[in-house]
Design a protein around this ligand. Structure first.
Ligand code: NCC
Length: 277
């Protein structure tokens, strides 16, 4: 077989993982009180008008990037967990459309998920991996962090909010996609990071995604986050999440040139044509 015939685009693989949010009709949530609180709306408004999206990683090397204005030009801006914009606008912008948050952030008191202004007036997509091969019934009692109670509090408090839960099965399908891409190198049996989950969630809704400072640029400074002084290279290269595999696969999807990726810190990923996949 020629290389041409064997090659199947990574973007197609990621789209096929089908990372999705849970809906009211999904069993067993149709019978669970907080399941009736899932928003009826679509994840994104006016999807036909969405042309460009930015995903802002929380990497330390965003500090000093001055990418804020560029980030804010996108129709949709995705951020993660409690990553702030206030005080960092020049580097990371000020617009936020959606936050992908892990279940620790929903649960741990220090993040104050149900009250903190940072989680208001933005779309929320919360995730928790549960057990690999677990059923959704199992997940209700065996989530890594019991995100359901705070989710329910949040939804009751803000009934007009757009807060969704990500289907944990789709998170593990994404993990399988990563393992497929990595071939015979075993990746860690932990879920992908919020960054990669966010990319897979967003790509089907967006023709062009600019992922900022996910592949580390030459600004790489050893800091974990742009918003804290903590030094930890594992945040960038991975220890618990299969982060290196995620980043290799994402680099495989990139269409921007090296100047853009490694000097500016911007990867560009185009949604594949349906005929291609
Ligand atoms: O650090 P975190 O991630 O919130 O970062 C969000 C996403 O940005 C990308 N990233 C981050 C730092 C860095 N140097 N390089 C990067 O590429 C990653 O894609 C990452 O997903 C998470 O994925 O949810 C994570 O959350 C934190 C933590 O729970 C929250 O920040 C709340 O404090 C996890 N850290 C710990 O549990 C200690 C982290 O492993 C994953």
């Amino acid at each position: 077989d020629s290389f041409e015939e064997q090659y199947y685009p990574s973007t197609c693989l990621v789209m096929e993982a089908g990372v999705r949010v849970l809906r009211r009709k999904d069993k067993p949530f149709d019978k669970v009180p907080f399941g009736r609180l899932f928003p009826r709306q679509k994840l994104f408004r006016n999807i036909k008008n969405i042309k460009t999206c930015a995903i802002v990683s929380s990497a330390g090397s965003l500090a000093g990037s001055k990418l804020g204005r560029f980030i804010d030009t996108h129709d949709i801006v995705m951020r993660f967990n409690h990553a702030p914009t206030q005080g960092h606008e020049v580097d990371v912008g000020s617009k936020t459309t959606i936050r992908v948050v892990n279940s620790q952030v929903v649960t741990k008191p220090e993040f104050d998920f149900a009250h903190a202004p940072i989680f208001r007036n933005v779309t929320i997509a919360a995730w928790d991996p549960g057990k690999y091969n677990g059923t959704l019934e199992d997940w209700l009692t065996s989530a890594d962090y019991d995100l359901f109670s705070n989710y329910e509090i949040y939804r009751r408090r803000y009934p007009k909010s757009r807060a969704f839960l990500i289907d944990p099965h789709s998170v593990w399908r994404l993990w399988q996609t990563l393992q497929m891409f990595a071939g015979n190198r075993p990746i860690s049996k932990n879920p992908p990071s919020s960054g990669f989950i966010g990319l897979a969630l967003l790509l089907p809704h967006c023709p062009q995604v600019d992922f900022v400072e996910y592949i580390p640029s030459t600004r790489l400074n050893g800091r974990c986050h742009y918003y804290s002084k903590e030094m930890n290279a594992a945040c960038t290269f991975g220890s618990w999440h299969p982060l290196a595999a995620e980043k290799l696969m994402t680099l495989d999807m990139n269409t921007a040139d090296d100047m853009s990726v490694f000097q500016f810190g911007i990867l560009r990923i185009r949604r594949p044509d349906k005929l291609l996949c």
